[in-house]
Write a protein that binds this ligand. Structure first.
Ligand code: ADP
Ligand code: ASP
Ligand code: MG
Length: 450
């Protein structure tokens, strides 16, 4: 059994969906379970729609609703689908949209719970369309409702899976079904124990795929996207970025965490635990071998001590906490990180000196409260519009001269913090957002032009 996940661009047009059907057909002997994202770009539109609905902006509400529904209707027409099951699923999707918008309008303010009811509708429609296309292609297939299978906590907007509860349902309902036909599931979507719709966070369909694989006992997850695999850098910044053949779970997790959007940061957690091989493939170039992410790190020998890929996270805030009390004192770090924990704010990079600590954060929703609490025991400085650049490779820590090679190329760049040694495979540093394109291209040229 394998799990195949198709991202938004892979289901973004009638031709793309037909290609997906061919790809699934080529894997039928491996008993595929399919996980699908919303049609490319439409989750963004649903997010905009939640804002428009909260503020009661009717022109914008109508524009976004029509755009969302018309895009699906056009896909259904272009694919010449007229099956009653699909047409009634489309009607249900339209009704779900209408009632979620009305509830937000009535509430008059943003709510994570209503956000989840609304943004999950993209996956509901794309999964129904894909199941219908598979049937049309002679593949016995059915849409399954992920809300009945992926049970999560009630942290709407970024829910965490409840593995025990979900596993029981997957084993009981999904696994036997997958023996008989090809199930098509919504990525990104689940429900809490009270049956309320939840989502796993933006880009979360990749995570759904490895979670379902773990619960099904599948040995491989194929993540089908619009790039030839994990590349040596983000191709939108570095057009000459090259495909990486193999990566270890740790390397890929590090890249995903530091912004390589091709994999959602949590995707590798279930894969590491159950040793599930993850392969990143291109649905526009299906014969290409892609990137294999596994435990074994086959074929990596000559790459040790080399940078394999460069990721970045932009628009970060650096918080520097300065306190002479920190000198030689214990418990200071615990109280400092306690503040971030209290406001559930993840910290990306940490650098310390004798009397100061610099920390980067992405989520600034609670910045004011965090600063207020930190100021109770230290002086605090804030700098915005910063970026973390993260070089990932094997044995970076122990390779002589490597840090000099990386940093030696940044002679005109102001560096705000550096982190090396936390893990063997990551060297990260903080620069100005505006410097990103130049710095990433410079480093990429240094490590990948030979
Ligand atoms: P999907 O809709 O298939 O989930 P995403 O848009 O989420 O696709 O992720 C694929 C995109 O990730 C690529 O189009 C590329 O622009 C971006 N990306 C950023 N960094 C990398 C990288 N190191 N390797 C590959 N793609 C990357
Ligand atoms: N459709 C969701 C998003 O755009 C989930 C995903 O694509 O993985 O965030
Ligand atoms: Mg994605």
């Amino acid at each position: 059994m394998i799990v195949m996940k198709f991202g938004g661009t892979s289901v973004g047009s009638a031709d793309a969906i037909k290609r997906v059907a061919d790809i699934i057909k080529s894997r039928l002997d491996q008993k595929p379970v399919v996980v699908v994202s919303a049609v490319g770009g439409l989750t963004d539109k649903l997010v905009e729609l939640t804002r428009a609905a909260c503020s009661g902006n009717h022109t914008e509400i109508d524009r976004l609703k029509n755009l969302f529904l018309d895009t699906h209707q056009k896909l259904i027409q272009d694919l010449s689908l007229s099956e009653p099951v699909l047409l009634s699923a489309f009607e249900s999707g339209a009704n779900m949209l209408e009632s979620a918008v009305q509830m937000l309008e009535q509430a008059g303010e943003y709510s994570d719970e209503l956000y989840d009811s609304l943004v999950s509708i993209g996956e509901f429609l794309s999964s129904n369309i894909l199941a219908a296309v598979l049937q049309r292609n002679g593949i016995d297939s059915q849409m399954h409702d992920s809300r009945q299978l992926m049970i999560t906590d009630s942290e709407f907007g970024s829910a965490r899976p409840l593995m025990q509860e979900s596993r029981v349902r997957v084993q009981k309902n999904l696994k036997p079904a997958a023996e008989k036909h090809v199930p098509v599931l919504q990525g990104f979507v689940g429900s809490d124990t009270a049956g309320r719709t939840t989502t796993l966070g933006r880009g979360g369909s990749d995570y759904s795929a490895t979670l379902f694989a773990s619960m099904l006992g599948a040995h491989t997850v194929e993540i089908w996207s619009d790039v030839d695999g994990v590349l040596s850098a983000d191709p939108s910044l570095v057009p000459s970025a090259q495909r990486i053949r193999h990566m270890t779970f740790q390397e890929a997790a590090e890249l995903a965490y530091f912004g390589a959007k091709v994999i959602h940061p949590s995707t590798l957690l279930p894969a590491v635990e159950d040793n599930i091989r993850v392969i990143i493939l291109n649905s526009m170039n299906p014969e290409f071998k892609g990137t294999i992410i596994s435990n074994t790190g086959e074929d990596r020998g000559e790459e040790d001590g080399r940078v394999k890929s460069i990721a970045y996270k932009e628009n970060l805030t650096v918080i520097t906490v300065i306190s002479s009390r920190m000198l030689m004192s214990h418990g200071f770090m615990a109280s400092l990180f306690g503040v971030f924990q209290k406001y559930r704010t993840a910290v990306d990079l940490v650098a310390t000196s004798e009397v100061s600590v610099s920390i980067t954060i992405d989520d600034t929703r609670h910045l004011k409260d965090i600063v207020r609490e930190l100021e109770a025991f230290a002086a605090v400085e804030i700098e915005t519009e910063k970026a973390v650049v993260c070089c990932v490779g094997e044995s970076l820590k122990g390779t002589p001269g490597l840090a000099a090679q990386i940093l030696g190329h940044l002679e005109h760049t102001k560096i705000y913090a550096i982190s090396l040694g936390g893990s063997d495979i990551n060297l990260s540093f903080v620069i100005e957002d505006a410097e990103l394109p130049r710095v990433i291209n410079r480093l990429h040229e240094q490590f990948f032009s030979k």
